[in-house]
Design a binder for this molecule. Structure first.
Ligand SMILES: Nc1ncnc2c1ncn2[C@@H]1O[C@H](COP(=O)(O)OP(=O)(O)OP(=O)(O)O)[C@@H](O)[C@H]1O
Length: 902
């Protein structure tokens, strides 16, 4: 008997069918509510949720379809597309919910291993380590720590063969103070938190450090990988707003393959419910091949099985449909997708003007250079490391950029900096390194630096030569009757008288590219005339350079520590006021000690201080300022007598003639002039207890002996004044004999520019010999008077050159404040005007009335002086100086008297 064919019934399908029928029947009977709860029934959504979903579906449909008519085929596809989108939204929301639950899944076990009791040693150890890291007490330390007998037994290496996992007992400290108990095993308790959302997923949900789900890329069959990497850090944020989120993701990729990234939540999977059913009918191997069937379904796009004969065609069509759907939705939402290559284009308004650079006065070095055609040029100088180190400590060097920019941009620059800041030695080197004075550079002319005194010219030139290392032979000095200039000379130190003579011969100074007037505050007649002449030379050279590009403009730099700036910036001198650069700071501090009393006999006072100081002060030379070589001679004898107890041989008389050199005021001796100011000071003397005073003065020499060296026993006494031959003057720069202290007795030739190595202490009498001129009587005389505060400052400055220093002023602070003027009057105001006119006439100047003096004398006086000189036959009727008159210029006598007593 042929068996009747009974189609095979699938159990779950049968159950589902029966449930549907029962549900249908119940609906028909109106008894839905009384049905028994069945967990497998189709999910019944709450009404509100269902309504929201329907509304969303309708909205999407409207967005996509609009009023357009479409074929039934397309409408069907549209329905499917919407289903897919809604499912995606739901999945995203679910995923976001999962992401919000930050859990550690590292201890979750795969359900695949449920019931399999056996674990390899490696698995056990790995789990034990993870549990230990999670803080789960684990008493079976034998899994983690292995006891090895000594000597090591090779056979003990565990079965797993992974010796890297074995850890020496004492290498892992117990966690949380727990003692490790080997041999005890505890099974980790499942914690309450281990049952969490997501635990039922196909694969345990892994979370990264930030609590985001770690989604691994699933590789498609055939090894074709998605173009997205599975880097969890790159997982895009999923907006909870499904509509916008949908748009963002879709627009970024335009490819459904990206859905694979969501591993198990893909829209493909959601939309393939039907297909899964279909595959199930063909195959019962659901568990193993589940993923495969999903992938197949998704790769075939699953949207319309009828159309998918050919993969390529389907893809093209599918993407055409999707492109259309995207477009529809975008236009409905008013969204303009970017193609990723958009460049922002700004239309520049026609009247647009870029903002000008800062208008506030910019620092000089930031000001735009005026000379745009200037070529960069530099000379490399090799210096010894100790010189280089010493230079770098000088404030002027720190300002090199600012100074050089100012010089490049301006033909005249004024530089003010404290004594010892490095002006005299460094600025000439800066110019040299910038190509000034170098053949082949744009500024080949020499650099000339003027000093008011010959000893300064010689000593600074020697120092600069030393500092210029391999270029030291380019440095020379030139003083009257003496010099070292040669063909190699590019940098020359001269007295201002020497440069005056040169400028008298060639007003354009074509041999020079830069002139530096150092110590301009001295305001000798020579300095003033020089500045006036140079103001014209600079102008002339500028005009010459404009006409002939081969000629470079002349750079003039006026430098001083204590200059009354207004004197050298007046408009008669420079119509465009030159920039004034201030360099702050000095290298070493100088402590100033004032006397309590201002003694009239300052030479005697100086003697006492020298004796006390020498007895108490740590090693270091002493520089004592006096007013004349007479005083120097007197004090020197007294000191020698004190030291030897014998009357010393008489000090050699200095004989000089007017031709021997430029005569300094302090060298002029017309009888006894030393006690002029004595009487005026009596009121300042406080007659008190001599004993008290002595103690107090003893205490003022309590200077800590930082070097710890023994105090020098002998005094090495050296004179320094301008009439002394240069060789004798230069002795002050030599080291004193062993165990001696140099005591240098100087006039104010040592006041400026000089760095006498080893001088730590200065004793300043506070006076100097000055020319005093009475314009009413026309009589000039020489008096000893107080110096200016600027001079006092300069004298103190000699102490802090190579280390911290001290100055003892032989006058009280009250006298300093009351009697010392800020600046000394320029020499031009302290001498008969005829001498000034004669000097200018000797330089072939015709109209002295128009001469640009820094401090101009009265024009009428100038005119009167010219007439007088004509009467005396000192100048010709053409207005030039006669030869005999020129010879009187160096004479200390007035031109009037020199004519009477030639
Ligand atoms: N012969 C030297 N030996 C050792 N150091 C020196 C010598 N000459 C200069 N120096 C160092 O260079 C520093 C700067 O000297 P420089 O003469 O350039 O200063 P300055 O600013 O011109 O001072 P002033 O205004 O007093 O002339 C000194 O303080 C000293 O430290």
């Amino acid at each position: 008997m042929v068996k009747k064919f009974v189609p095979r019934q699938r159990k779950h399908k049968k159950i589902a069918r029966e449930a549907r029928e029962a549900e249908q029947a119940a609906i028909e009977d109106g008894v839905t509510a009384s049905l028994p709860a069945d967990s497998n029934v189709v999910e019944i959504l709450p009404d509100a949720k269902k309504a929201a979903e329907d509304a969303k579906r309708a909205r999407m449909k409207a967005e996509l379809k609009g009023d357009a008519k479409m074929s039934s085929k397309k409408a069907k596809r549209l329905e499917k597309y919407i289903d897919k989108k809604l499912a995606k939204d739901e999945n995203r929301a679910l995923l976001a919910q999962l992401a919000a639950n930050k859990i550690d899944t590292s201890l979750f076990a795969s359900s695949r291993n449920l019931g399999t009791a056996k674990q390899t040693k490696r698995e056990m150890m790995s789990r034990a380590l993870r549990e230990r890291a999670a803080g789960i007490p684990h008493t079976d330390q034998s899994i983690l720590f292995e006891t090895r007998p000594e000597p090591m037994d090779d056979s003990d290496e565990d079965d797993s063969g992974d010796e890297n996992l074995s850890v020496r007992k004492n290498e892992l400290p117990p966690q949380d103070g727990e003692a490790i108990q080997p041999g005890k095993t505890t099974v980790p308790e499942p914690t309450a938190s281990s049952v969490v959302a997501g635990s039922g997923l196909k694969r345990p949900l892994e979370l990264d450090d930030e609590g985001r789900p770690v989604l691994r890329k699933r590789q498609k069959r055939g090894g074709v990988k998605s173009k997205f990497s599975a880097n969890p850090g790159l997982i895009p944020e999923i907006p909870l707003d499904s509509t916008n989120g949908d748009l963002q993701v879709e627009d970024e990729s335009g490819n459904d393959d990206e859905d694979d990234e969501w591993n198990g939540f893909s829209a493909d999977e959601a939309e393939t419910g039907d297909d899964q059913d279909a595959s199930e009918t063909g195959s019962s191997n659901a568990s193993a091949d589940e993923e495969t069937s999903e992938e197949e379904a998704s790769s075939s796009e699953d949207e319309d099985g009828d159309e998918e004969d050919d993969g390529d065609t389907a893809k093209t069509r599918s993407s055409a449909f999707k492109a259309w759907a995207h477009e529809q939705r975008n236009s409905a939402l008013g969204y303009q997708p970017s193609n990723g290559n958009t460049t922002l284009e700004f239309t520049v308004p026609q009247n647009f003007k870029p903002r000008p650079i800062e208008q506030d006065p910019l620092p000089l070095e930031l000001q735009p250079t005026k000379d745009t055609g200037r070529k960069a040029y530099s000379v490399v100088v090799e210096r010894t490391p100790d010189i280089q180190e010493a230079r770098l400590k000088l404030p002027v060097v720190a300002e090199e950029q600012r100074i050089m920019e100012a010089i490049h941009n301006n033909n005249v620059v004024i530089l003010c900096g404290a004594t010892g800041s490095g002006k005299s030695t460094q600025v000439p080197q800066m110019l040299f390194e910038a190509g000034y004075g170098t053949q082949g550079s744009p500024t080949p002319g020499q650099i000339v630096v003027t000093q008011p005194r010959k000893v300064a010219a010689v000593s600074v030139s020697q120092r600069v030569a030393t500092e210029l290392g391999d270029h030291s032979d380019t440095v020379a000095y030139q003083i009257r009757f003496e010099g070292t200039a040669s063909e190699k000379t590019r940098l020359k130190f001269v007295t201002d008288g020497v440069l005056l003579r040169e400028i008298g011969n060639d007003i354009s100074l074509k041999n020079y590219s830069a002139v530096i007037i150092d110590e301009a505050h001295e305001r000798s007649l020579n300095t003033d005339i020089l500045i006036g002449m140079l103001s014209r030379t600079v102008k002339l050279r500028e005009e010459m350079a404009n006409e002939n590009p081969k000629i470079s403009p002349l750079k003039l730099i006026i430098m001083s520590a204590t200059l009354r700036i207004s004197d050298v910036t007046n408009s008669t001198l420079f119509p465009n006021p030159p920039p004034v650069l201030n360099v702050e700071g000095r290298q070493y501090p100088v402590t100033v000690h004032f006397s309590r009393r201002t003694q009239a006999d300052y030479v005697d006072e100086a003697f006492k201080k020298i004796i006390r100081g020498h007895r108490k002060l740590p090693p270091g030379s002493m520089l004592v300022f006096l007013t004349s070589h007479n005083e120097i001679s007197r004090l020197s004898q007294k000191l020698k007598l004190h030291q030897t107890g014998l009357k010393s041989a008489s000090y050699p008389k200095v004989r000089f003639s007017a031709n021997d050199g430029p005569l300094e005021v302090e060298d002029i001796e017309f009888g006894q002039t030393d006690e002029v100011v004595g009487d005026e000071l009596d009121e300042l003397q406080i007659v008190g207890d001599e004993q008290d005073m002595d103690e107090e003065e003893e205490a003022e020499f309590d200077v800590p002996n930082e070097t710890g060296q023994a105090l020098p026993l002998k005094m090495h006494i050296l004179p320094l004044y301008s009439l002394l031959p240069t060789k004798e003057q230069m002795k002050v720069f030599e080291q004193p004999p062993e165990g001696s202290r140099s005591i240098i007795l100087a006039t104010n030739v040592a006041e400026t520019s000089l760095t006498i190595p080893g001088v730590k202490y200065v004793i300043d009498c506070g006076r100097s010999k000055e020319r005093v001129f009475d314009p009413d009587t026309g009589v000039q005389r020489y008096e000893i008077g107080f110096i200016s505060k600027a001079s006092a400052n300069q004298r103190s400055g000699r102490a802090g050159r190579t280390g911290p220093g001290h100055t003892w002023r032989l006058y009280s602070s009250a006298v300093y404040e009351r009697d010392l003027p800020e600046y000394a009057d320029p020499e031009i105001l302290k001498m008969p005007i005829e001498g000034v006119v004669l000097q200018l006439k000797a330089m072939n100047l015709k109209h002295v009335v128009n001469f640009p003096f820094p401090t101009p004398p009265d024009r009428h006086s100038l005119a009167k002086a010219e007439k007088l000189l004509q009467h005396l036959s000192a100048i010709t009727s053409e207005g030039f100086a006669t030869q005999s008159a020129i010879s009187t210029i160096v004479s200390p006598t007035q031109s009037r008297s020199s004519q009477v007593y030639p």
